[in-house]
Design a binder for this molecule. Structure first.
Ligand code: NAP
Length: 253
């Protein structure tokens, strides 16, 4: 990865669900531009490995186990960050669950609860805990999805939770201005573990690539570049916006 600037020198960034995939890519990108990174996910082993990878690239990083649905672990994530660095400049809320391919009308109540909990509520609770430590000029980025705009049948309710993040972005941008900007990235299809059920199927993969104007899947680097832009001072006059990074897949006018 070629990175020219050091836009995050002296800044502290928390990225949730950041031990692999898009979250790790974001941590790596922001860290390579000078930020101190706080890695987190559910499993200690994954956290340790991700922190090791960042440190081996000369990035300042610590790791904290945090299942985003666990209140104690969320509190600990913020506490450990503030103990070590004293403040927070960037929060990327990246964790999500997609536990079912059922239609919305067939989705069990417990699964509806889980989707709301992991994909929306925990982002709010994490920000409630982090807010007192966010410095002037800080930035929040939510990770939504192209399916926010047109929820696909195989992940319809997941898509609806991602639509809700677009509203949350607008509402919190109002609430947290002028000290903190709140924006969102809506990725297209990226071949990670999360999307494996789609992208490892050649027929599905080809169909996605075919209806993508740029004729390829996205990369974690594509998503990280967009998040880094929105989180940086290059986007100092942008708040309440969602950037679709989907190779030209249909989203909205
Ligand atoms: P991924 O590669 O499967 O990585 C998921 C990461 O989340 C792992 O580090 C995992 O580590 C962690 N994690 C899972 N559940 C967690 C939880 N409850 N609390 C904390 N950490 C958790 O997934 P990804 O594709 O990068 O997805 C990241 C985000 O991008 C999600 O919000 C997803 O909706 C969005 N997105 C992805 C795509 C795509 O095509 N990949 C498209 C649109 C949007 P542990 O197992 O150690 O917890």
């Amino acid at each position: 990865m070629k990175v020219k600037g050091k836009r995050f020198e002296g800044k502290v960034a928390i990225v949730t669900a950041s031990t692999q995939g898009i979250g790790f890519g974001i941590a790596e990108r922001i860290g390579s531009e000078g930020a101190s990174i706080v890695i987190s996910s559910r499993k200690q082993k994954n956290v340790d490995e991700a922190v090791g990878k960042l440190r081996s690239q000369g990035i300042d990083a610590i790791g904290v186990v945090c299942h985003v649905s666990n209140a104690e672990q969320r509190k600990n994530l913020i506490q450990k960050t503030v103990q070590k660095y004293g403040h927070i400049d960037v929060i990327v809320s990246n964790a999500a669950a997609n536990p079912t391919t059922d239609t919305i009308l067939e989705t069990q109540e417990s699964i509806l609860d889980k989707l709301w909990d992991v994909n929306i509520k925990t982002s709010i609770l994490l920000l409630q805990a982090a807010a007192p430590h966010l410095r002037k000029g800080s930035s929040v980025v939510f990770i939504s999805s192209i399916s926010a705009y047109q929820p696909e049948a195989s992940m319809a309710m997941y898509g609806v939770t991602k639509t809700a993040l677009l509203g949350l972005t607008k509402a919190l941008a109002t609430e947290m201005a002028p000290n903190t900007r709140v924006n969102c990235v809506a990725p297209g299809f990226v071949p990670t573990h999360f999307a494996d059920f789609l992208t490892s199927n050649e027929v599905v993969r080809n169909a996605i690539e075919d209806r993508t104007l740029l004729k390829r899947l996205g990369t974690t680097g594509d998503m990280a570049a967009a998040v880094a832009f929105l989180a940086s001072d290059d986007a100092a006059y942008i708040t309440g916006e969602t950037l679709v990074v989907a190779g030209g897949l249909p989203s909205r006018l």
